[in-house]
Design a protein around this ligand. Structure first.
Ligand code: 9MG
Length: 310
């Protein structure tokens, strides 16, 4: 799974190429979640009009989100697929207006090649694909354009993924999958600088698999492309809280502090992009974790750069 250093491939710089724009990942950044769906697990149905969705996108950008991730099909466990027509209808008007108004990168959360093509024409600069560009036509649609792409690992599909996830070694298998998808993208003609990878917390994984992946994030970061992590408000957070002694059954909106703890750990282990619902709080957590991660890489740099305010 680790990078082959015997061939002199230059290290991938922490910059993501997004349809002609460069997103620096030297410090970790936050991707704000905007679901224009009636049925997402945490914010489904909250943005039923383009105006409301745009206002939320503007708010997240003002709070410091570098990327706004707009999704029109729920990927929560058990979710049913939507038609292409419906997904386009939900997403494209929001993408068009957000791209025209915001300096943040507009990303579309989709696996649908037709939406990928239409999204770029509407101003999107990135695609977040929980199926890692495995749908027929997805690689071609992406290779024909210039958008950045997040390749996520998922075992199974949203309808059934949590029924019986099984791994011999979750870290090894997820790492091999992501490495293979990176190679498939490169062979299709998608530049390495356009790619980031994501182990897909909660997507066909039990608690022990999620914890193996969290523990091994630094190894996944060695695959090459920048690492994106999404733990925000997921049931993993509630399960861990309950195991640590908190009351069981925390609702999604009661998982902020737990989500920030996991996001900070992910950054300390190499994540460069954190996908989150609560942008302002996550930006603060990720700033501190990013500073300390840089300090761990170059001891005392952060300490020397800080005014000694206590
Ligand atoms: C759409 N979506 C929901 N959870 C996600 C996660 O953890 N990562 C990515 N890339 N997308 C996600």
């Amino acid at each position: 799974m680790t990078k082959d250093t015997s061939q002199s491939e230059p290290p991938v710089p922490p910059v993501l190429h997004c349809a002609g724009r460069l997103l620096s990942l030297e410090r970790p950044v936050v991707m704000g979640i905007l679901n224009v769906t009636p049925d997402s697990f945490s914010d489904g149905g909250r943005y039923p009009t383009v105006d409301l969705a745009l206002a939320r996108a503007e708010q997240m950008a003002a709070e410091g989100a570098a990327i706004i991730d707009i999704g029109g099909e729920s990927t929560r466990p058990g979710a049913a697929p939507v038609s292409t027509e419906e997904e386009l209808r939900r997403v494209l008007p929001v993408v068009e207006r957000a791209a025209a108004r915001l300096s943040a990168i507009v990303c579309v959360d989709t696996s649908n090649p037709e939406l990928m093509r239409r999204a770029e024409a509407s101003g999107a600069a990135m695609i977040n694909d929980v199926r890692a560009a495995r749908r027929p036509g997805a690689l071609e649609a992406l290779a024909d354009g210039r958008m950045a792409l997040c390749l996520m690992h998922m075992q199974g599909d949203p309808a059934s993924m949590q029924l019986e996830p099984h791994y011999r070694d979750a870290l090894q298998e997820v790492g091999e999958f992501l490495g293979a998808r990176v190679r498939a993208c490169r062979e299709a003609g998608i530049a390495a600088e356009r790619l980031c990878i994501d182990p897909g917390f909660g997507f066909g994984k039990l608690l022990r698999h999620n914890l193996q992946l969290l523990a091994g994030l630094a190894r996944l970061a060695q695959i090459g492309p920048p690492l994106l992590v999404g733990v925000s408000r997921k049931s993993l957070v509630a399960t861990l809280l309950a195991q640590a002694g908190a009351a069981a059954g925390r609702a999604p909106h009661e998982r902020l502090a737990g989500s920030l703890a996991l996001a900070s750990i992910a950054v300390l282990r190499g994540a460069r992009i954190v996908r989150a619902h609560d942008v302002a709080a996550t930006v603060d957590a990720v700033r501190i974790a990013g500073l300390l991660a840089a300090d761990a890489a170059a001891p005392c740099a952060a300490a020397d750069a800080c005014a000694d305010g206590g």
